[in-house]
Design a protein around this ligand. Sequence first.
Ligand code: NAP
Length: 420
Amino acid sequence: MSYEKVDVPADGEKIEVVDAENDQLDVPDEPIIPIIYGDGIGTDVGPAAQKVLEAAAAATGRDIHWMRVYAGETAREMYDENLPQDTLQAFREFAVGIKGPLTTPVGAGFRSLNVALRKRLDLYCNVRPTYHIEGVPSPVKRPDQMDMVTFRENTEDVYAGIEWEAGTDEVEEVRDFVEGEMGFDETIHEGEVGIGVKPITEFGTKRLVRKAIDYALENDRDSVTLVHKGNIMKFTEGAFRDWGYEVAEEEYGSEVITEDTLWEERDGEQPENAVVVNDRIADNMLQQILTRTENYDILAMPNLNGDYLSDACGAQIGGLGIAPGANFGDGRCLAEPVHGSAPKYAGQDKVNPTAMILSGKLMLEYMGWEDAGQLVREGVAEAIRSKKVTYDIERQIQGGERLATSEFAQRVADNIHDLA
Ligand code: NAP
């Protein structure tokens, strides 16, 4: 394939997708991996993560050939557009990649490039493992109890982008239809209104819940909790719950059991050799992650619930500088940290690269490089244990030493070298 403005590394090899539905890849020892640094602090955390991932690859006898691609501000400078074809094509061709944060204007301006990337590449599942690293300050008493993985649907819900601005002809047409033809004549207040549509499909729900259950089975996890507001939004979030249970009941046999009762009613007992699928209403779930943290494991959610819940989980283990994530489609992975572009820190070599580094770990694991992923995890943990950390952690601990982004990354890379 040819690219307009970026070069494909001459001496790397392509990751081949063998069976997309089952995420089977053929990964060479010297793969080409596209990377977007992103906006704001992306230029700080991107190179830092590269250094660490290269160290983990080298320590396990491999090499990564990076292919730098662009989105957001840098893409506007090079291509005069936000999300160039080169970038989409690279992620499609090479199957696995990593990106830093991209800025999204609030209200006016272009829609989220992150959402656009996930939709254009059909990366329908956003996964965020949330576990505590010893030594990271946390606002809760027992951060060690947090060990959840959130599965957030990425392509529908109110994020589908079907909405109309107040004052436009379109929104009045939709109001007329809703009031006149659908009979909701006393529902919308008089005066200006903005209207959005919330699609939740059987297809979108089932493929997400399947990924969550498969993950629970493969990783020996105890439960998958469907998180919804089906009590209020019966035909969208309620349907998410029902379709989720359908997958569990119809596709997994005795490996999965569904259960509606509360954990304490069965004395916290885990049925042997089975993943329990249960459900919780989203507002209750936001309490439960704080009050009964250890009872939850995998959470599967529509897009908006997933957005809120995954950040709330992340806060319990030390916040945005730490929290990693990755987006998955069939035979495709795009890793990205949870945090945004934090423009006030851009280019200062100051912020914490851990979230981007641990996102890279998820990418390595998807490639089947579990050994390299484990080295990344241990390298980060060791750096934090030594209390030589970036500002966000240093300001909250006693006796720490403040390191720059690049210094922290070098320390993690050195740890990996020593561990190997
Ligand atoms: P943000 O960029 O995540 O930053 C909020 C605060 O979180 C920062 O001021 C900083 O806190 C802390 N933080 C974030 N990343 C950190 C890191 N690596 N190390 C240490 N601390 C870190 O959130 P925002 O200010 O709401 O969003 C800025 C832009 O990013 C917006 O345009 C938003 O749309 C976009 N965004 C993009 C993504 C994405 O690309 N996936 C995700 C979220 C937001 P302190 O000020 O306390 O030091």
